[in-house]
Design a protein around this ligand. Structure first.
Ligand code: NAD
Ligand code: UDP
Length: 309
């Protein structure tokens, strides 16, 4: 039986990943400090004989045995990663160093959950993996963007210097059940606001775009990348269907049947204008394409939020 360590395993994506790995018959060790993760996310797995939870901060060294390591620990929502930006940088950079050191020692394969934010406010559209990005090094998003960029660098240096068996995926905006209602990301904000018939808060003009991937599609891509032989990445994982935030707000209002109106609030600094992945590499190397449309995924997510807000 393969032993799999998941850092950030009590978070939104991490908890879906842990469930999926248990279903596959893996022995799962979930490591999380519960900063943005929640015990509710992993409660259904708690009694499982092949599931273990350890409360630990990955900015501190960690010793365990594993065959595979998924590195997800890091707050992903802008308000949360900007809450304590120095801690965010430490989580990404020290977290990567500690897990890479462990993978080196126990000869585990290790996968980094990197992000489309490594492209910053992209000047190339859509974004292929070969694009090197347009990132502000001194802005309010830099702790996250540069933290992830440094983590990618460390992964490739541990591979070149120590032969560590690495995988790097760049995740584009992903949504679905188990997002924290207070998370602050756009999909959860809009759905919670619509269900309460409150105003939907569109930042700026709402003409900025994102491409939204449903969580089940994303987890499938991550697992395929971990299992893939002879390909380290980086590889984009995301749904190339692109929407403006106004389109998203209107869709959420329609699907919830809400009486909410749209209001405009100031646009946060460095908010990327457009984002859409080129996923040819994932198609070719992983035979992966997302299959859930935004409307289908939102309906699932709305059902989830109805049960928690
Ligand atoms: P999330 O905030 O729900 O999950 C992050 C998890 O990491 C939480 O459980 C949190 O408690 C934990 N964590 C944070 N700091 C930690 C620390 N110092 N030690 C131990 N645990 C810590 O966010 P998510 O959406 O599930 O994102 C998971 C990963 O995927 C993150 O690394 C994120 O950067 C990456 N990612 C997510 C998206 C997305 O759209 N969801 C997009 C790009 C990249
Ligand atoms: N956004 C918005 N209203 C909200 C939350 C976010 O209009 O209540 C916008 C935000 O300015 C950005 C987009 O939605 O342009 C996606 O934001 P999110 O925080 O979900 O993720 P990002 O891709 O910016 O990291």
């Amino acid at each position: 039986m393969k032993r799999v360590l998941v850092t950030g395993g009590a978070g939104f994506l991490g908890s879906h990943l842990c469930s999926r790995l248990l279903q596959e018959g893996k022995d799962v060790l979930c490591v999380d400090n519960l900063f943005t993760g929640r015990k509710e996310n992993i409660r259904p797995m708690m009694g499982h004989p092949h599931f273990e939870f350890i409360r630990h901060d990955v900015a501190q060294p960690f010793y365990a045995e594993a065959d595979q390591v998924y590195v997800l620990a890091c707050p992903a929502s802008p308000p949360h990663y900007q809450y304590n930006p120095i801690k965010t940088a430490k989580t990404s950079v020290f977290g990567a160093i500690h897990m890479l050191g462990m993978a080196k020692r126990v000869k585990a394969r290790i996968l980094l959950a990197s992000t489309s934010e490594v492209y910053g406010d992209p000047l190339v559209h859509p974004q292929p993996e070969s694009y090197r990005g347009n990132v502000n090094t001194t802005g309010i998003r830099s702790c996250y963007d540069e933290g992830k960029r440094m983590a990618e660098t460390l992964f490739f240096d541990y591979h070149r210097q120590h032969g560590v068996d690495i995988r790097v995926v760049r995740i584009f905006n992903t949504y679905g059940p188990r997002m924290n209602p207070q998370d602050g990301r756009v999909v959860s904000n809009f759905i919670v606001q619509a269900l309460k018939n409150e105003d939907l808060t569109v930042y700026g003009s709402g003409q900025q775009t994102r491409s939204f991937c449903y969580v089940d599609d994303l987890i499938e891509g991550m697992v395929r990348m971990m299992e893939c032989e002879g390909f380290m990445g980086p590889v984009n994982l995301g749904n190339p269907a692109e929407f403006t935030m106004l389109e998203l707000a209107e869709l959420v209002i329609r699907l919830t049947g809400s009486r909410s109106k749209i209001v405009h609030l100031p646009l946060p600094a460095d908010d990327p204008v457009q984002r859409k992945p080129v996923i040819r590499l994932a198609e070719e190397r992983l035979a992966w394409v997302p299959s859930v449309t935004l409307e289908q995924g939102l309906l699932q997510t709305i059902e989830y939020f109805k049960s928690v807000v």
